[in-house]
Design a protein around this ligand. Structure first.
Ligand code: AHR
Length: 510
């Protein structure tokens, strides 16, 4: 994004011919781990009056459908590295009650692989399964692929049939472990040891089903001492059996209480992707390959400090802190970065989809949607077709972390199938409204169909059970095309989403 101006207005130039890449379908995914109350009391709660015939909470299913998740990653997370998938299949009364050493919680195994796939089918999302590279063996990883994807006639596929699922699940996306670079990980390995194990696991898994796509563990975040050397080593050893490299990141303003820097975090997200993209290109050249490996940002979220030790309870309340306006503006920028980087970033999963580190909280009688639920909903439902290479001239502001940052963060999309164009804009200013002009250099839409805005005067304002609609988007009236331009005043601390159409719709004046 370019910006250089001392004026107090901004201009965004758009052209539907100037595309970055087709928007990958799996860019708007989620992550569900056996941690806290994500699975139990979140997704699965057979004792709830809100549960359906499979024990899934219908209000949660409805909210997840509203968000349009396209892929869900499961079952962890750190939990994965101590998990035996066999504990979670077969008759529920025979499933073992176990200690989970990742979160010091009790795992009842009443929800497992088959229940997860049924859940994904209900919300229309692709399942993405992890195999345990901590305590797990390459054999158990390969067996799970056979269990899920092979036709009946051999042991593991027949076991699936005996469990009530004669047809293969055809799970396409497979994570080869989780955050294996982290000393906190059960069975943590150094880069070379992980690479050797992951390569052999991926080989066997692909021999069972050549159609599967593998996601290898990349760096757990950009502060790891092994970043980005870990990534180079893993890619060099595994390039031909890898389809994606996983990256993770969590952020918070909790310790710094520095909102100007916090609101400029898109810079850090972009830098992370750029470094990883450079590493991918370097390794591709070094191994002389025609094959491509892409990025999967399969854990990302604002995570404020909160309890993570389950003290040997079932479904403990862990990391349920909620989100405010500034968090929602960071999430909106994160989504903009995904669109701007979708030539190399093809999968992204927010961590997590309910209760734990989530913008969705359940209690017995209902559901609370936190602020950042709304930008995700707008972007995931509207970003279709191609991401556009927008050109932005924006005033800058100073902040401690990045020096100077543009006030505006922008992404835009164009869908040739429908003619729809969407523009997503964050105004990072804490105090100043910014007069902004959108100028189409070609292919201007005929009219604005809808515009929504999330804003407020207090960056710390959030939604609560008592005031669930304190920070929700409001529909903007009067946003109109003026020839090939559109002018609007963007309030400080705001996220604005505009959807325009190439053909006038009957009954609309602009
Ligand atoms: O999402 C919570 C945890 O954060 C995951 O289990 C782990 O992968 C990451 O460190």
């Amino acid at each position: 994004m370019a910006s250089s101006s001392s004026s107090s207005t901004a201009t965004i130039w758009l052209d539907p011919n100037r595309t970055i890449a087709e928007i990958p379908p799996l860019l708007f995914g989620g992550f569900a781990e056996h941690m806290g109350r994500c699975i139990y009391e979140g997704i699965y709660d057979p004792a709830s009056p809100l549960a359906d015939e499979d024990g899934l909470r219908t209000d949660v299913l409805a909210a997840l459908r509203e968000l349009g998740y396209t892929v869900i990653r499961y079952p962890g997370g750190n939990f994965l590295s101590g998990y035996n998938w066999l504990d979670g299949v077969g008759p529920k009364e025979l499933r073992p009650r176990k200690r989970d050493l990742a979160w010091f919680s009790i795992e009842t195994n009443q929800f497992g692989t088959n229940e997860f796939i049924g859940f994904c089918r209900k919300i229309g999302a692709e399942p993405m399964l992890g195999v345990n590279m901590g305590t797990g063996t390459i054999e158990s990883a390969a067996n799970l692929v056979e269990y899920c994807n092979a036709p009946t006639g051999t042991y593991w596929a027949d076991l699936r049939a005996a469990h009530g699922f004669p047809a293969p699940h055809n799970v396409r996306y497979w994570c080869i472990g989780n955050e294996m670079d982290g000393p906190w990980q059960i069975g943590h390995l150094d880069a070379l040891d992980y690479a050797k194990k992951a390569r052999e696991a991926a080989k066997m898994m692909k021999w069972h089903d050549p159609a599967i796509k593998t996601v290898l563990c990349g760096s757990s975040n950009d502060q790891m001492p092994t970043f980005p050397e870990w990534d180079r080593v893993v890619l060099e050893h595994c390039w031909d059996v890898a389809d994606f490299l996983s990256i993770h990141m969590y952020v918070s303003n909790h310790h710094d209480q520095d909102t100007p820097s916090y609101l400029a975090l898109a810079q850090r997200f972009e830098d992370f992707v750029d470094t990883m993209a450079a590493t991918l290109r370097y390794v591709k050249a070094k191994v002389r390959s025609k094959h491509d490996v892409y990025l999967s940002w399969d854990e990302w979220q604002v995570w404020h400090p909160g309890e993570t030790n389950g003290r040997w309870r079932e479904a403990p309340h862990l990391a349920e802190t909620g989100y405010n306006l500034e968090d929602a503006l960071v999430v909106a920028q994160w989504l903009n970065v995904f669109l701007r980087k979708c030539d190399v970033l093809k999968i992204a999963c927010v961590a997590q989809i309910v209760n734990i580190i989530s913008w969705l909280h359940t209690r017995r009688d209902g559901l609370l949607k936190h602020t950042s639920f709304y930008p995700f909903k707008l972007v995931s439902n509207w970003a279709r077709g191609y991401a556009l290479d927008v050109w932005v001239k924006s005033p800058k502001y100073e902040n401690k972390r990045f020096g100077e940052s543009p006030l505006l963060d922008v992404a835009a999309t164009y869908d040739p199938a429908t003619g729809a164009q969407s523009v997503f804009i964050v105004n990072r200013s804490l105090t100043e409204p910014l007069p902004t002009e959108l100028v189409w250099q070609d292919g201007a839409p005929a009219q604005v169909v809808e515009a929504w805005q999330l804003t407020g005067s207090d960056p710390k304002q959030g939604n609560t059970w008592d005031a669930p609609d304190a920070v929700v988007p409001r529909r903007l009236d009067g946003v109109r095309m003026d020839g090939a331009a559109l002018r609007l005043q963007l309030p400080p601390l705001s996220f604005t989403a505009i959807r325009a159409a190439s053909r006038p719709e009957p009954g609309r004046s602009s």
